[in-house]
Unconditional design. Sequence first.
Length: 404
Amino acid sequence: MIELISDTFRPGHRLLDLCAWCREKSLAIIPEIIIFFMALLLAAGCSSQKAEIRSLAASSQPLFTIGDEGSGHYYTWIGYFAVENGLIFAWDKVRGEQIDAYDKNGNFLFSFGRKGQGPGEFQAIGCLAVDPQGDIWVSSSFGRPLEIFTADGHFKNELRLPANLSGLFIDKISFDREGNLYLLGGNEEKKILIYKYDSQRNHSQLIYEQKEGHGSSIATFIPDFALDEAGNIYITDSFDYLVYKYSKDGKLVKTFKGKKIKKELITEQDFNVFDNDMKIIRFPNSERILQELKGPSRYFPAIFGLNIDDGKIYVWTGQRDDKKRYIVDVYDLNFSQLGQACYFNFIRYNLAQIMDGRLYIAYIENYDLEVMKQLSRICLSNTADKLNVYSINGVGPADIIHNQ
């Protein structure tokens, strides 16, 4: 190099030799640059693969389906409830005639109840729960007593709720291991309430009241709740990423604030639905409904569902992956994050049950992304006429995805 730029060379020669040296060095460096960028691309590819969130369902094929030819029973709009012993109860939300019982493999066992207004009869079937003795409690029409059946479906009794509970439009009921009944529902003042009820003492306790209401019933998002084995109750906020943990005595013991999620604004497109010919149309009066939404009600909730199974809390967030599946954050009972998963659900209220390592979810899967992009998140994209049951993917420390 010193010789190339020596003063013994004339200026012209010195310039030519310097250019030659640059070309030589450039040719030597180019392969190194190519290797460097290839390594960067490979690292980025590995990173993106690592960040991919697994499906909550262990397989694309369910273990079995209720509501298809194999089950022998069909539903227009399926309601369902799974029990710890593997029993599954299913009913038609449109006809509301009877409740069908299935074993843990999806085999039909028996039906009970019938259409009517008398004891043991239904005008409609809203939700269902099973108490620690195995009796089946059914909430039917607004203001009606709770209907109680034996484990094999024989009518046993009915329970008329006290005035503060009978005025609820009940969305969900559940029992703790001591036999206390929990009810989630809204009243005529559009407040969403969760009560604990001791039927032996006819005593009710208000556990939770949604502090802020939504502007329209069409775009209402209700909280969800679940109980752990110790009787603690976990309740989701229907606006922000907050989970409230109450003791079995009804005392607030912890408020968990999750990661900050950029919430999505509800727009006119979120009122797109299928008509009878499966064409996409705008839901009637969508402009008026949008005008009714004020403040936080203009946005989809940060979280909308909660399940507890085997010491894990599954929190359904309002975020979706590239296949429009909702992302589920998984925690232990102390809210240490274990991992993430994703699956289809309905953001207005949680359709999923997770129990004994199984996912119970209405058949609302839709992998047609072009259709999904056009359809509303406020209405179901597919008619939920079947129940699919899957084994769930294990979620452990290796699946943790840290969110900043």
